[in-house]
Design a protein around this ligand. Structure first.
Ligand code: MN
Length: 259
């Protein structure tokens, strides 16, 4: 029987991960290993300076007091009785699109799966002001999981799936949108008059792009972006090579006093 590892960054108790686990059950043996408390926006963090605890919550559900990346590693080394056929992270409360994927703990869970050599996918649902309904996104996750199990992606490639609100009407393969980052840091004073800070999600200024994940969601379509861990800007190799070609050992010597 196939082994499917499910994680997230919202916590093992999140309705999104419960819906995802249930949706994947027909495809294999589902084991949930997820953070004990919410770990959204922790990115690909790995906990190295404190011990991690693993708690079995129910027969197939485990909680780790760490990050999604911690969860994937502990799941594979300590919980599963063999290699997972698929790692699925989600269903996140809120989209993980464009440049924001670099902050996402949800995407990092899938990224870790891909780095370790497994088929992997992250699934996120657009935020709603009303009741959360994870069922349409869970159906998308099951359909795509079935495909990955039958036709695996190349090594180190994984899927970032984002689902709009409402019934699913279609799917589009996308690229990451680019956002002009205007982060606002709000400075306030505590009762002892010492400053503290809140990072605000400031104005979103997205570059328009017909094939972007953001545009797919705006058009009411499921967005599927193939991602890879390699952040190398391959088209800049020649440029940087030219910039650095004049450097010789003497260039790195301690600078003397300028006359
Ligand atoms: Mn989250």
């Amino acid at each position: 029987m196939r082994r499917i590892l499910v994680t997230n960054d919202d916590g093992y108790f999140s309705p999104g991960i419960i819906a995802l686990g249930r949706a994947l059950e027909p495809l294999g043996r589902v084991t949930i290993v997820a953070p004990q408390t919410e770990a959204s926006a922790v990115g690909h963090a790995l906990t190295l300076r404190r011990p991690l605890r693993l708690e079995q919550v129910s027969e197939h559900v485990y909680a780790v007091d760490g990050t999604p990346t911690d969860c994937v590693n502990i799941a594979i080394d300590e919980v599963l009785d063999g290699r997972p056929d698929l790692v699925v992270s989600g269903i996140n409360r809120g989209l993980n699109i464009g440049d924001d994927v670099t902050y996402s703990g949800t995407v990092a869970g899938a990224l870790e799966g891909a780095l370790l050599g497994y088929q992997a996918m992250a699934v996120s649902l657009k935020s709603t002001p009303g009741e959360w309904d994870f069922e349409p996104a869970a159906g998308v996750a099951r359909a795509l999981a079935a495909i990955l199990l039958e036709k695996p992606l190349p090594n180190r490639t994984f899927l970032n799936v984002n689902v709009p609100l409402g019934p699913v009407t279609g799917i589009r393969v996308t690229v990451q949108a680019k956002r002009n980052h205007i982060t606002q840091v709000d400075r306030r004073l505590d009762p002892r008059q010492r400053p503290y800070f809140w990072i605000e999600e400031a104005m979103d200024e997205w570059e328009p792009h017909d094939q972007s994940d953001r545009q797919a969601i705006a058009d009411g379509l499921v967005s599927v972006t193939p991602l890879q861990p390699d952040l190398t800007d391959h088209k800049a190799l020649t440029l940087v090579d030219g910039m650095t070609r004049g450097l010789v050992p003497a260039s790195f010597a301690k600078a003397g006093p300028t006359s």
